[in-house]
Design a protein around this ligand. Sequence first.
Ligand code: C5P
Length: 222
Amino acid sequence: MHAVAIVAAAGSGSRLGADLPKALVPLAGRPLVAWAVEGLLAGGVAEVLVTVPQDQRAAFAAVLPPEVRLVGGGVTRTASVRAGLAALPADADADVVLVHDAARPLTPPDVVARVLAALAGGAAAVVPVLPVVDTTVLVDDAGRVADAPPRERLRRVQTPQGFDRSVLADAYAALAEDAEFTDDAAVVRAAGVPVATVAGDERAAKITVAHDLAVAEGQVAR
Ligand code: C5P
């Protein structure tokens, strides 16, 4: 099995209050994207491709190992991953693809390894998940609680998400040009592919707002 990872890193840092792309925001002095790439390689991924804001290639190249390929991203995460998929070499012997968020810098290599093991075991698509500890509700347009799904069946979905390469490529090829999904498992599910789960890890939390970055700083200092 030869695994290639696409790291989605073309987002802005607006919700973090940053004036540079979120993936370049430092965590203990190193950009989030550098942490994320290191974790993937340590977990068993052979090659990494990073989708970056079109005008920021040089800034990303300066902080990543030279063998990491950079590809211009799109307006949405879905468009960025699509650009990453298009940039995979056509004849690569890469048979599995992991898609990861640069915004999950401290994802332990064990999570990567669990995703790869599920693929090696025959899963066509796999996501790391965690239980939901809060009661979680659906609201209507007025903000009133409309439903409360049983918590035991709910999971929080993390990345990296792993896929048989052709399954992921075919699912993206079948999408409308302007389709937008928040993760890649949703894309393959839309194509009717079952998605397996493995255990995620709280340390793979996504950095979205300043508080998340402060938590991650504490994690590194521990
Ligand atoms: O915005 P959010 O935190 O959900 O983004 C998840 C990941 O997708 C981030 O790592 C971000 O850099 C990436 N992204 C992207 N292209 C976009 C928007 C987000 O690669 N247009």
